[in-house]
Design a protein around this ligand. Structure first.
Ligand code: ADP
Length: 186
């Protein structure tokens, strides 16, 4: 089942599933600052995508020494059905007084900028920071949808815009939250 809304020139969709199986131009990884892989969606992307992704991450690390929270880097998608992986680093939830909300917004913004620069028509996001990093799921979904909607609304009429952004929910709780939150946007 799909829930969708259109913002400016882009359709926003919620699906339940494994992001490694989504044939989008860009899939976004909830990485960590080391870029050397980890658990959760990061582990799944490196497992399914093969060593080419980690090699590319190592090259970026050698050049710029990892990726700060809120920023993003782009690599090949290796064996995945996507063209590229954008690795962004979400904030660890620390009670809310550590600028976590703004840092999470930055993840969505910087990922979109990189993806659009690489000509992506379809972009798939996981629910960044809501796993190991413990960001409250409802707040994270509200921030994700608001950040993406704001970004799309601010695109100039002659700027390239993605055709479709897919929010890929792995767990039932996030799926329900995203469907309700997206439904409330329409
Ligand atoms: P973080 O460290 O940013 O919290 P996690 O990978 O632990 O990153 O969790 C982020 C979200 O990704 C969680 O909601 C988790 O359920 C989800 N997730 C885990 N594996 C996958 C997957 N294969 N596809 C999509 N989402 C996934």
């Amino acid at each position: 089942m799909e829930t969708s809304i259109t913002i400016n020139r882009t359709v926003l969709t919620v699906v339940r599933g494994d992001i490694t199986r989504i044939p989008a131009d860009v899939i976004v990884n909830a990485a960590n600052t080391s870029l050397l892989g980890g658990g959760g969606v990061d582990g799944a992307i490196h497992r399914a995508g093969g060593p080419e992704i980690l090699d590319a991450c190592r090259r970026i690390r050698a050049k710029q020494g990892g990726c700060p929270v809120g920023e993003a880097v782009i690599t090949t998608a290796g064996l995945l059905p996507a063209k590229y992986v954008v690795h962004t680093v979400g904030p660890v939830w620390n009670g809310g007084d550590d600028d976590e909300a703004e840092k999470l917004r930055d993840c969505y913004r910087s990922s979109l900028t990189l993806a659009i620069e690489h000509g992506a028509a379809t972009i798939a996001f996981p629910n960044i920071s809501t796993g190991i990093y413990s960001f409250p799921k409802l707040l994270a979904a509200e921030i994700a949808l608001d950040a993406v909607a704001e970004y799309l609304c601010e695109l100039a009429d002659d700027a390239p815009a993605p055709k479709r952004i897919i929010f890929v929910c792995y767990d039932a709780e996030n799926e329900q939250i995203y469907r309700e939150t997206l439904g409330n946007c329409s």
